[in-house]
Design a protein around this ligand. Sequence first.
Ligand SMILES: Nc1ncnc2c1ncn2[C@@H]1O[C@H](COP(=O)(O)OP(=O)(O)OP(=O)(O)O)[C@@H](O)[C@H]1O
Ligand SMILES: [Mg+2]
Length: 253
Amino acid sequence: MANSSDTSNANGTPGPDVILSGLGIRRSFPVGERSLEILHGVDLELGRGQRVSLMGASGAGKTTLLNILGLLDRPTEGEVWLDGQSAWALTTQERARLRNASIGFVFQFYHLLAELNALENTLLPAMIALPHVAYRNKREEYETKAVSMLKRFGLGDRLKHRPGQLSGGEQQRVAIARALLLDPPLIIADEPTGNLDSSTGERVLELLFEEQETRRTALLLVTHDHRLAQRCERMVHMEDGLIQADSSHTMPT
Ligand SMILES: Nc1ncnc2c1ncn2[C@@H]1O[C@H](COP(=O)(O)OP(=O)(O)OP(=O)(O)O)[C@@H](O)[C@H]1O
Ligand SMILES: [Mg+2]
């Protein structure tokens, strides 16, 4: 998959092989009386099914960029295209629908809802996606899907556990199941193993990579771990709010 402009159409619209495209992304935050620019014009394009790592020192702007590419935050300048749609040309509701259907998020601190059990947390994207009645009608179908995924992830006897009753690795596996429930074409993961010991982290990552590969989902993975980054077909390096390197390599078999 080529890296950037050659996958775009002549009018600048990303082509059909592109799942995500950030163009000229700038982000400033008000700090006291001043405005502090954190992202200084970032272009980043992801092909469908591509596994890309994003690295860079603490404070480089990785999370800020991910929040923008994941439509959780609006860029001060620039455009984000997701699955063929210009995200900020949509209404708030349309954008929320696009985000829910197209992106599965996995965060460092899991972000599960404390009062819901593992199965209910996994079902959340479907509850959000569908109106009340439609969800009631399809609940069984989604439950079957969620239960079978949680079982495959080794959580068959943890379905009714709440996050507080689960280990970190188990919580992250629930978060991955939740991210995959609606079969999104893109997963965005911000240091998904950052809060886990190395062997637990490795197992969680193995699971994520396996799912990503069989589903041909694109994955944008922020990590501080070089070994994990090496397992991505493309490595992007950020420094001080800009992309400094973007390299593709052949994956070891
Ligand atoms: N809402 C905000 N207001 C002001 N400054 C912010 C805000 N959010 C982030 N920043 C600043 O932007 C810079 C980049 O932050 P960001 O969280 O994107 O870094 P990061 O690359 O994800 O770092 P880490 O590896 O530690 O997670 C930091 O200097 C941070 O203080
Ligand atoms: Mg971060």
